[in-house]
Structure formats: structure tokens, C-alpha cells
Ligand binder design. Structure first.
Ligand SMILES: Cc1cc2nc3c(=O)[nH]c(=O)nc-3n(C[C@H](O)[C@H](O)[C@H](O)COP(=O)(O)OP(=O)(O)OC[C@H]3O[C@@H](n4cnc5c(N)ncnc54)[C@H](O)[C@@H]3O)c2cc1C
Length: 301
């Protein structure tokens, strides 16, 4: 039986694994998709204290290296459930059952979809949720980004260096993105901001050729010719496989305090999947450290 199983290989999960491994604990980490999680989509990270001017991928790679060197066992498998048997927790993946003394859920959050009829069909053929992953496919072409927060702004800025023209479409007339980011984007000449507007439908048979946008105020619909649409309208927590075990709020975020302890002894939650007000690298790694210390200092049974 492992001392600790960590579910999720984003920055919160890897930090938890790092702390536990450095304390001499045996750690098994499961990651369903890509090591590093969301931050790998960030073209630059400038707000992590003491480490300016790095890309999200660089940050994730360094953390992965650090964790691997400490002997953390990492498996690329999706966790589909968990059982609590007091001193023994069972983490279930598609390939089997794995026992540990404690578990840290660091499952993060995933992209919200627009919910348009052809969205699924055109995903990968013009529709994307990750500008850093897919932006290069649209070099020299026209792209649109939908959203009004920091993610949408990061995406538009990143794409402005690759694409001939970038539309930023937002349903309100104010942005959630922070002021510095907004100012920065406003000064980019090939970015056109379209406010009070929503994406109404997608145009294209085999690949996206355009989008129909509707004015929220007047209701008028017009068509924009674009090769790509990057959807950046927020995230949802990836808590579904555990919502039967752990208490969540109405949006699905795990409920736990700053110590990251859930109401089940030996089970902790860390990072963006936890209910909190600031979701950033700093708060994710902070959660990872708190959860790991909690997990080894409060043995169950
Ligand atoms: C484009 C972009 C730019 C950003 N820029 C910044 C920035 O400049 N500065 C900053 O501080 N923050 C930034 N953030 C936010 C920051 O990336 C997140 O707050 C942080 O990475 C959250 O880390 P996490 O480990 O909690 O979650 P995540 O990064 O979401 O990682 C969770 C991981 O768990 C995995 N997982 C989920 N469910 C399962 C399961 N059932 N089984 C196994 N694995 C599972 C997921 O695949 C994922 O890899 C940015 C985010 C984005 C999207």
C-alpha cells in the first residue's frame, strides 16, 4: 500500500507529490491527460514570485523533472472512482484498484463549451480550447477568441503574434481580465475587440469557415470570416468521479478550508478543484503543500 495517491498531475498535484516524496513517503500520481495541467497552455507566466518571464510549459516541465527525480511514481491513467475504508483508501482507474493510506484530489478544472450545435463536430477543425496548443495551425490566418477573462486575453495576445487578424468577442461591455492585461491587448494593432456580442452559430462543413455573431443589444446577426475560433469562457471543476464521496458546492468545486482537508479523514483536495476565490499557480502550489503536510501528519486509523 502506498502512503499517498495523488489524483491529477497539474501544479497542485505535482507540488503535493513533491512535498510528500521529500518527507520520505511513497507516492503514486495519476494523470488523465497531460502532465502540467492547465498552465501548459499559458504562453507566458509573469506572476509567479521569483521566477519571471517563463512559459507555462517551462514551469510544468521543471516541476515534472523535480518530482520525477524524487522517485514519485507517475501513471498516465484516468481515475474513475474512489472508496474509503478508513485507514485504507482505494483509488480506481480503468486498469485497476490501488490502495493508499491517504489521497489528495488535485483534479483542477476544464474548459467550458459554448454549447453550439456544430461545436463538437468542428472541434479540431477550427474550434479549439487551447490557443497555445493549436494557434500555430492558423499562422498568417484569421482567428477569433470568445471570452472576456484573463484566459481569453492571454489567448488573443498569443494569437496576435501568429495570426494576421484576431477578433476578441465578448458578451458584455466590460472585461473580467485584469486592467494591465486589458491595456496591453488594446494596444495590439491586429486585435479587434467586439463587445456586447455572442457567437450565434458556426459556419463550415468539414472545417470552420466563419462564425455568425449576434449583438446582445440590437439582436442583429452578422458573419465574420474566420479560420479558427478559440473558446475561452471559463472552466468547470473536474470533480464528477468523486462527488459521491466528497462534498461539493453548487458549481461542483470540492469544499475544504485552507488546510485542504475534506470531511473524510485522510482525503484532501488541492488546487483549482477546491472552492476558493483565487485560482492561480501560487494558490495551487500552496494547496499542494498544505494537503501533503496534512496527509502525512494526520494518519487515519
Ligand atoms: C491559458 C491559461 C493561462 C494561465 N496563466 C496563468 C498565469 O499566468 N499565472 C497563474 O498563476 N495562473 C495562470 N493560470 C491558472 C493556472 O494554470 C491554474 O490556476 C493552475 O494551473 C491550477 O493547477 P491545478 O493543479 O489545480 O489544476 P490543473 O492545472 O487543472 O491540473 C489538474 C490535472 O488533473 C488531471 N485530472 C483531472 N481529473 C482527473 C482524473 N479523474 N484522473 C486523473 N487525472 C485527472 C487533469 O488532466 C489535469 O492535468 C492560467 C490558466 C490558463 C488556462
Amino acid at each position: 500500500m502506498k502512503d499517498l495517491i495523488v489524483v491529477g498531475g497539474g501544479c497542485a498535484g505535482m507540488t503535493a507529490a513533491l512535498y510528500a516524496a521529500r518527507a520520505g513517503k511513497s507516492v503514486l500520481l495519476f494523470e488523465a491527460e497531460n502532465i502540467g495541467g492547465q498552465i501548459t497552455a499559458a504562453p507566458f507566466v509573469d506572476n509567479y514570485p521569483g521566477a519571471p518571464h517563463m512559459s507555462g510549459m517551462e514551469f510544468a516541465d521543471k516541476l515534472f523533472e523535480q518530482v520525477s527525480e524524487l522517485g514519485v511514481e507517475i501513471e498516465l491513467e484516468r481515475v474513475i472512482g474512489m472508496e474509503d475504508h478508513g485507514a485504507e483508501k482505494i483509488v480506481i482507474t480503468q486498469d485497476g484498484r490501488h490502495a493508499s493510506k491517504s489521497v489528495i484530489l488535485a483534479t483542477g478544472a476544464k474548459h467550458r463549451k459554448l454549447g453550439l450545435p456544430d461545436e463538437e463536430r468542428l472541434t479540431g477543425y477550427g474550434i479549439s480550447y487551447c490557443a497555445v496548443c493549436d494557434g500555430a495551425f492558423y499562422k498568417g490566418r484569421t482567428a477569433a477568441v470568445v471570452g472576456g477573462g484573463n484566459t481569453a486575453f492571454c489567448d488573443a495576445l498569443f494569437l496576435s503574434n501568429l495570426c494576421e487578424k484576431v477578433y476578441l468577442i465578448h458578451r458584455r461591455n466590460t472585461f473580467r481580465a485584469d486592467a494591465a492585461m486589458t491595456e496591453r491587448l488594446r494596444s495590439v494593432p491586429n486585435v479587434v475587440m467586439i463587445m456586447n456580442t455572442v457567437v450565434d452559430s458556426l459556419v463550415g462543413e468539414r472545417a470552420l469557415q466563419g462564425i455568425r455573431v449576434r449583438s446582445v443589444a440590437g439582436g442583429g446577426v452578422s458573419e465574420l470570416s474566420v479560420d479558427a475560433l478559440f473558446v475561452a469562457i471559463g472552466h468547470e471543476p473536474d470533480s464528477a468521479p468523486f462527488s459521491g464521496n466528497i462534498q461539493t458546492d453548487s458549481e461542483g468545486y470540492f469544499i475544504a478550508g485552507e488546510d485542504c482537508a475534506t470531511d473524510i479523514p485522510g482525503i484532501y483536495v488541492a488546487g483549482d478543484c477546491r472552492r476558493k476565490s483565487v485560482r492561480q499557480l501560487t494558490t495551487a502550489v500552496s494547496d499542494g503543500a498544505n494537503a501533503a503536510v496534512g496527509a502525512w501528519s494526520c494518519p487515519v486509523g
